[in-house]
Design a protein around this ligand. Structure first.
Ligand code: NAP
Length: 683
């Protein structure tokens, strides 16, 4: 019995009554699901996202959203087993599911934890320190990132229905932007099952996530400049969508992840018998067979020194022969079928195109090769195909025709420069791998390939054991690539979150900047007439409150004492002549750490109170030497407050400036403390 897929629109599960496409199992062709989006009101979905989802998400801070992502990851982890069984019909083996399902959940966990660590517990991000824009310091500027007020449309490829959806959902959600997700129809039943669990969890606010099973109808007609489209799929569809009148006219942000003819390059040093040679062979075969080669990052082009080509081809062929293809539900099967018969036909077509410039050295692809094993008839099985192109400099298809299946082409190169030229013929890719243990080879290849790639992996005996491999994008590193691969937008990491936000320059007075950014800016009022801020708990502490200390003279005895007490006898503090010879010092000077210690001695209020701990310093700079006889004083100002992971505490960032008797700044830094919150505010 097949499943009738529903869309999730405006908080309701909606079933179409017409226009269904049958979705066949990759294993045996039986219809496993049917999908249609006929009758969906796409305009209403967009409005619902903008008016219900967006405001609900933006009411949460980054940390609150990160916490929900983590809770969601845990919720899905407890319920992932049935997803494996469902995904088998897409052709996914146990190993493939580890990438798609566990990898998708891992992405949620990673974004949750990085969101907690790298984003503030606030609604906007203030980037970096303020910039002085005038001589007198009354006009300053900064950059502020605010979430877009539209909707993120996520259009995904068929190959990773779970990971592909979640790796896009996580950064958009963290940014505070609602999502309408549209999985590829061929594997939409897995995505639909994941969305069902997400909805059941009740962890995402209403309107944060909607789902379209079937085509996107007139969805794109409703987009404006506050919206964003993130697409994964073929170059042809990407171009069609990018040129959609709403997208081009309204400059809708458009991110594309698409075709990529990724390369692996074997260094000339990695001859037979070296660990790198073996690792190379293993990795190429793994990339050809995992997910039956239907990975955006799979190795399609295999570059080897000409002298090593016969050995590489032979080793690859031997290893490919050991890759067990079959029903992905069967224990021991390493490679399942392609996602559909249509996909299989497309791969065979592309192999024929590549074969115009290359010979097939392993595999015998024919439209009827499933007949070799009658038990696989009706499925979308295709055994691996290895090609060899001996004149790759003049080839075109070998570099630009993507056969999205278990297919790769071996190509010899005659010099490292030539290897770089050949890789670049892929017109920009997601990832390249370099296998070498030679520093000079690694240097030439890395810097040659980097401009053409979003990610370059260097594999050798030292990292092989722990390396995640060529094909595994890590959630916090760039996933994306220039040119053919989509255009080089940096996805992955916190910068992936920023795609969903607008960066705006803010200019005005220090007082205005302080008020708008909730971060004290030098030049803004800094009242020092109240009780010492160390006596105030987190909630009553006001940004801008300041301590101005009396001054303290630093003597030569202080420097001597500090040097012998700490063991820091560096000549600049101990030897007048040697210190004088140093271009930075007028003679013996105080240790930087002595200045910090004396500064603390000046500003600290020693009684037990709400300041619980000093947990670090940021942005420390020693700007002027302090000589014996100089007198230092400190200004300590509450710069920023942020709720901590535990509700009993808050994090306080203090702006500290140490000056000498001439009013010159000798040191600046941010002091970080953990401050208690009143019990009533917590309960
Ligand atoms: P595709 O045919 O371009 O489809 C991709 C998505 O676009 C599907 O959800 C599809 O929906 C949708 N779509 C197609 N026509 C559309 C239209 N006119 N309007 C709106 N949506 C439309 O690509 P695919 O065959 O699924 O995926 C394989 C390709 O994806 C390969 O080329 C691979 O390299 C690429 N890929 C790239 C990455 C990457 O990160 N760079 C990752 C994975 C895959 P339907 O399924 O309903 O048609």
């Amino acid at each position: 019995m097949s499943i009738v897929l529903k869309s999730y629109a405006a908080g309701q599960w909606v079933e179409a009554s017409s226009g269904f496409s049958d979705i066949p199992s990759a294993i045996d062709g039986r219809v496993v699901a049917r999908a249609s989006s006929a009758g969906l009101d796409f305009g209403a979905m967009v409005t619902y996202a903008r008016t219900v989802g967006g405001p609900a998400l933006r009411a949460l801070t980054f940390h609150e959203r990160a916490d929900r992502l983590k809770a969601l990851a845990l919720y899905l982890t407890e319920r992932k087993e049935p997803l494996y069984a469902l995904a088998a019909d897409t052709g996914a083996t146990k190993g493939d599911n580890l990438i798609d399902i566990d990898g998708g959940l891992g992405t949620l966990f990673a974004y949750a934890s990085r969101g907690r660590r790298e984003l503030p517990n606030e609604h906007v991000v203030v980037e970096g320190p303020p910039e002085g824009l005038s001589k007198g310091g009354t006009f300053v500027g900064a950059h502020v990132m605010t979430p877009l007020e539209g909707v993120a449309i996520h259009i995904n490829a068929f190959n990773f229905p779970c990971w592909g959806m979640l790796e896009k959902l996580a950064p958009a959600f963290l940014a505070g932007v609602p999502v309408i997700t549209k999985p590829a129809t061929a594997t939409a039943y897995v995505a639909e099952a994941v969305v069902r669990l997400i909805v059941e969890s009740g962890l995402l606010p209403a309107g944060a996530l909607q789902l379209i099973c079937g085509s996107t109808g007139d969805l794109l007609d409703h987009l404006t400049g506050q919206d964003i489209v993130s697409f994964t799929g073929s170059i042809e569809t990407s171009e069609k969508l990018r040129n959609h009148p709403s997208i081009s006219r309204q400059a809708v942000r458009f991110i594309a992840e698409r075709d990529s003819l990724n390369a692996a390059v074997l260094g000339p040093d990695a001859v037979e018998g070296t660990p790198e040679f073996d690792l190379f062979v293993k990795e190429v075969v793994r990339e050809m067979t995992v997910k039956a080669g239907q990975k955006c990052t799979a190795i399609r082009r295999v570059f080897v020194p000409r002298a090593l080509e016969p050995a590489v081809t032979a080793a690859l062929s031997t290893r490919l022969a050991g890759a067990t293809m079959g029903d992905p539900r069967t224990e021991g099967v390493r490679m399942g079928p392609l996602a559909s018969r249509a996909q299989r036909a497309s791969v065979l077509e592309k192999v024929a195109e590549i074969a115009q410039e290359a010979e097939i050295v392993y595999g015998a692809p024919t439209a009827a090769d499933e007949a070799l094993d009658p038990s696989l008839a009706g499925g979308a099985f295709l055994a691996p195909v290895l090609l060899r192109c001996t004149a790759p400099l003049t080839g075109r298809h070998v570099h630009t025709t993507e056969a999205f299946g278990p297919v790769a082409t071996v190509m010899p190169y005659d010099s490292l420069d030539e290897a770089v030229t050949l890789v670049a013929k892929g017109e920009g890719s997601l990832v390249a791998s370099i296998f070498t243990y030679d520093d000079a080879v690694a240097d030439r290849l890395f810097f040659g390939l980097a401009p053409y790639h979003g990610r370059v992996l260097l594999v050798d005996r030292d990292c092989a054991k722990e390396s995640t491999g060529h094909g595994s994008p890590l959630p916090m590193l760039v996933h994306g690539g220039p040119g053919r691969a989509g255009g080089g937008e940096e996805l992955g990491g916190i910068r992936g979150v920023f795609h969903y936000m607008q960066r705006t320059a803010i200019q005005g007075s220090p007082k205005r900047l302080t008020a708008l950014t909730r971060r004290w800016t030098k030049g803004a009022p800094a009242p020092a007439d109240g009780p010492h801020p160390f006596t105030r708990d987190f909630d009553t502490l006001v940004i801008g409150e300041t301590v101005r200390t009396p001054s303290r003279v630093i003597t030569l005895d202080d420097i001597e004492h500090f040097a012998h007490f700490t063991g820091d006898l560096f000549y600049a503090h101990m030897n007048e002549e040697a210190a004088k010879a140093n271009p930075f010092f007028p003679g013996r000077v105080a240790h930087g750490y002595l200045i910090l210690s004396f500064a603390a001695g000046l500003f600290v209020q020693p009684d037990p109170g709400p300041v619980l701990a000093n947990y670090g310093l940021d942005n420390l700079r020693f700007l002027k030497p302090v000589s014996p006889g100089d007198a230092i004083a400190v200004r300590l100002t509450v710069k920023q407050k942020q709720a901590a992971r535990k509700p009993e505490y808050g994090e306080v960032r203090w702006d500290v400036e140490v000056t000498n008797q001439h009013g010159e700044v000798v040191a600046t830094y941010d002091l970080l403390t953990m401050n208690a919150r009143p019990v009533a505010a917590v309960s």
